[in-house]
Design a protein around this ligand. Structure first.
Ligand code: SF4
Ligand code: SF4
Length: 162
């Protein structure tokens, strides 16, 4: 990331009907075939979609801040780990540290991540369009397709050209 597209650059995200099509595709997909096509589709999607015109992920959702993330980010900010946690984080229902509120407090006004070099690994990996997560965690992939134009692009192409 980083990362709702402004209107001028708006790219589609999945409607209910498209979600149904993507779900059926993921359930029946040939994993090896999908993995082979992912690198090119991932690259194409990032060429066509400018995350800096979007930021839907950073504005609406939180990554998990795992222990190495907390250590790295607090060191970068010159804060004690407890200060970083007390100031910005809370524990969610799954026991993970997440931001207290959205948009993410580290998102700059220009949609740049102000801690980009040390951002949580979840942020660095998002939206998982170059990983087998896209097939393995289908519910997550479908959720991401509902707001992330990159996931939409990859799934739309995969499901149209099997
Ligand atoms: S939601 Fe997707 S397209 Fe938008 S900023 Fe995040 S990764 Fe980029
Ligand atoms: S840490 Fe940076 S990349 Fe991650 S959600 Fe916050 S602003 Fe976005």
């Amino acid at each position: 990331m980083p990362f709702l597209c402004n209107m001028a650059d708006a790219k589609p995200t999945a409607t209910k009907e498209q979600q149904k099509k993507f779900k059926q595709f993921l359930q029946r997909a040939d994993k090896n075939k999908v993995l082979k096509r992912l690198p090119q589709l991932h690259e194409e999607a990032f060429e066509k979609i400018d995350c800096l015109q979007c930021a839907a992920c950073c504005k609406n959702y939180s990554p998990r801040f795992k222990t190495p993330d907390v250590k790295r980010i607090s060191k970068h900010l010159g804060l004690k780990e407890s200060e970083l946690i007390d100031t910005y984080l809370k524990v969610d229902e799954e026991g993970d540290f997440v931001v207290k509120s959205t948009p993410c407090p580290f998102l700059g006004a220009d949609n740049f991540c102000t801690i980009y070099e040390v951002r949580p690994s979840d942020c660095a990996r998002f939206p998982y369009t170059d990983e087998d997560v896209i097939i393995k965690r289908q519910a997550l992939t479908l959720k991401n397709a509902s707001f992330c134009p990159i996931v939409f692009y990859v799934l739309d192409n995969l499901s149209d050209n099997r």
